[in-house]
Design a protein around this ligand. Structure first.
Ligand code: C5P
Length: 243
């Protein structure tokens, strides 16, 4: 069989050319990195869990009419997605203060925010993904004002869906990050949720105990990352292994 063409290798995923034009195969690695890759490890099984969890969330979003790049899962570690042009932003939605926001504003982690807050980082590893105001995004042409309005609306719909889904299984969605991509349908541009949605890119706390069930377990050395992600998958009824 001919080798597939590798298009890009990131910290947690590899992208290969897909079988049909306009498609990409997204492969989930077991590598875990934090603090812009200053801390790294290989966590056996993480890629399998994130492939399944991201499939679950993206399918759910597609089903309620929030467009995503997800087409179908191919196997334990790979999914077929639409090729998109990634908007070079990390779109972060916060419901409770934690992480960089808690630090920046001197807030106690877990403080409820007056409303969901959407913020943007410029996607650039060398710079450590700096937080940027909308003014920069528009001035530098990374996205238009219309794109930003659409991205905020998309991000808030993802937040409502994910918060409700998590609340149903006793988990608080503290914050999360999404990425968005463009596709063209004729002259018309559509924005889709792209990349992944998984415990690597969310903060998930058990409602009763406050136990962390996300990548902070790795960032802060709080125990087994696989156990945490498996617990999220178990509660949602997403069981890796039953492929
Ligand atoms: O670190 P910070 O508090 O800004 O992260 C906010 C949210 O965005 C967290 O859920 C974190 O996991 C996610 N994030 C991410 N990738 C980044 C930065 C943040 O998934 N590069």
């Amino acid at each position: 069989m001919a080798r597939r063409k590798k298009l890009y290798e990131g910290k947690a995923k590899i992208l290969y050319e897909g079988p049909e034009p306009g498609t990409i195969v997204q492969y989930f690695k077991d590598d875990a990195t934090a603090f812009n890759a200053e801390k790294r490890d290989v966590i056996e099984g993480k890629g399998v869990l994130n492939n399944r969890l991201s499939e679950f969330f993206m399918k759910g979003l597609n089903n309620i009419g929030v467009p995503t790049h997800f087409i179908r899962r191919l196997n334990m570690r790979e999914q077929l997605v639409r090729a998109v042009e990634i908007v070079p932003l990390e779109i972060i939605v916060r419901n409770f203060a934690a992480g960089s926001m808690a630090k920046r504003l001197g807030l106690e982690e877990g403080t409820q925010l007056p409303r969901p807050i959407v913020e943007f980082s410029y996607k650039n590893d060398e710079l450590g993904d700096p937080l940027v105001p909308e003014e920069y995004i528009i001035a530098f042409g990374w996205a238009s004002q219309q794109d930003l309005d659409d991205i905020v609306a998309l991000a808030l719909r993802v937040n409502d869906f994910m918060s409700g889904m998590m609340m149903g299984v006793g988990i608080k969605l503290v914050d999360f990050k999404i990425e968005v991509g463009r596709v063209w349908e004729g002259d018309y541009q559509r924005l889709l949720v792209a990349d992944e949605i998984s415990p690597d890119s969310c903060r998930l706390w058990d409602i009763e105990t406050g136990q962390k069930l996300d990548k902070d377990v790795f960032r802060r050395d709080l125990g087994s990352l696989t156990d945490a992600y498996t617990e999220v998958a178990r509660r949602l009824g997403v069981m890796p292994g039953n492929v």
